[in-house]
Design a protein. Structure first.
Length: 307
C-alpha cells in the first residue's frame, strides 16, 4: 500500500536546511560562520511559512580527497532532526538522504520510530545508496553491494515500522503514523528510479537537471505502474536557485528572480510533469535575508502554485 503524504491537488514546497552541511556545491557563504542558532531560526521560519518539509543530509566521515569540495561539517541526521522536532510544529522532518547501509536496519527503524513519536508523527525517511567508497570502508560495509544492501534495508525497515514484532523482536515506541512513516527513495540512476518505483512512497532526485526531469519522471511512473499498479507516489524536484525580487548582487547561474509570477511560471512547468513537492534553493547573503526570502516566497509564489 502506498503511503503518500501530500494531499491530492496540493503543490508542496520544502527546503534542505542550510548550515548543517557545508558542501561547496550548495552552501552559501554566510553559512560558514553560522551554527545551531541560525539552523533553529531557519527551521522555525520554514514552519511558520508553511514549508511542507525541512531536510537534513547524512554523512558519517568525509575522506580527505573529497574534503575540499564537500567540506567536513555534516551534522548527524537523527540528532539534528530530533532537536528541530522540538522547535517546530507542522513541517515534516525529512532525512535527505539517509544511508541505511551504514547501520543495522533495526537501529534505523528504532531511531525514526522514536523521532516520529517525539515529533507527533512528522517523519519522512528519505534513503539513498551513498557514494563515498572510503566512507563505506571505514564503516566496514561493502561498497560494491550498496544497491542490494539498500533494497534489503528498505524492506526490513518498512516491516519494523509497520509491525511491532520482527522475528519475535519488538521495536518500540511505535511510530505515530499508520501504517508507518513514508519512505522516500533518493537517486537519479535507472536502478534508483526503479527502486523508488518498486519500494518507495516518494522519489527524491539527486542532481537531476531540469532538462532530464521529463524522461526521469516518465521512467519512474512507467515502472511504478508495472510494480504497484495505480498506487500514487510523491515526486520531488529541486528548483534552480531562487531570489525573490530584484537582486542587487550577482546571483548563481540560471537563478530565477523577479516577480512572483515570473518565478512561479517555470515551477508550474515542473508541476505539469507530475511533481508535487518543490525542494527550494533560496539565494541569500545572510540568515536574515534567507528568512525574508522564505516569507516572500510563501506569500508571493506559494499561492500561485496550486493545481
Amino acid at each position: 500500500m502506498s503511503i503518500t503524504v501530500i494531499e491530492p491537488g496540493r503543490v508542496a514546497y520544502s527546503m534542505q536546511l542550510p548550515v548543517q552541511s557545508q558542501s561547496t556545491v550548495f552552501a552559501q557563504e554566510w553559512e560558514r560562520s553560522a551554527g545551531p542558532a541560525e539552523l533553529v531560526r531557519i527551521a522555525k521560519a520554514a514552519d511558520r511559512c508553511g514549508f511542507f518539509s525541512i531536510g537534513v543530509c547524512d554523512h558519517v566521515a568525509i575522506p580527505r580527497r573529497a574534503a575540499a569540495a564537500m567540506g567536513t561539517v555534516w551534522y548527524d541526521t537523527v540528532a539534528t532532526l530530533g532537536m528541530l522536532a522540538g522547535v517546530t510544529e507542522r513541517s515534516r522532518l525529512l532525512s535527505h538522504v539517509y544511508v541505511p547501509a551504514y547501520r543495522n536496519p533495526l537501529l534505523v527503524a528504532k531511531a525514526f520510530a522514536t523521532l516520529d513519536v517525539l515529533s507527533g508523527g512528522r517523519v519522512i525517511l528519505g534513503v539513498g545508496v551513498g557514494h563515498l567508497a572510503e566512507e563505506f570502508a571505514a564503516l566496514e560495509v561493502d561498497y560494491e553491494q550498496r544497491g542490494k544492501l539498500l533494497d534489503d534495508a528498505i524492506d526490513r525497515i518498512a516491516e519494523a515500522l509497520s509491525e511491532e514484532f520482527v522475528d519475535d523482536l519488538a521495536v518500540a515506541p511505535r511510530p505515530v503514523q499508520r501504517p508507518r512513516p513514508p519512505i522516500w527513495v533518493g537517486g537519479s540512476s535507472p536502478p534508483a528510479l526503479r527502486r523508488a518505483a518498486e519500494r518507495g512512497d516518494g522519489w527524491l532526485p539527486q542532481g537531476t537537471p531540469r532538462s532530464k526531469m521529463p524522461e526521469q519522471v516518465a521512467y519512474l511512473l512507467e515502472h511504478r505502474r508495472k510494480a504497484r499498479g495505480d498506487e500514487p507516489i510523491d515526486i520531488t524536484a529541486a528548483t534552480p536557485w531562487i531570489h525573490m525580487g530584484d537582486a542587487r548582487w550577482e546571483l548563481p547561474p540560471r537563478a530565477l528572480t523577479g516577480s512572483p509570477e515570473a518565478i512561479a511560471e517555470p515551477l508550474r512547468d515542473l508541476v505539469g510533469l507530475g511533481v508535487n513537492n518543490l525542494m527550494l534553493g533560496l539565494a541569500a547573503r545572510s540568515c536574515d535575508e534567507l528568512e525574508d526570502q522564505m516569507d516572500a516566497f510563501a506569500t508571493g509564489v506559494g499561492p500561485l502554485l496550486a493545481v
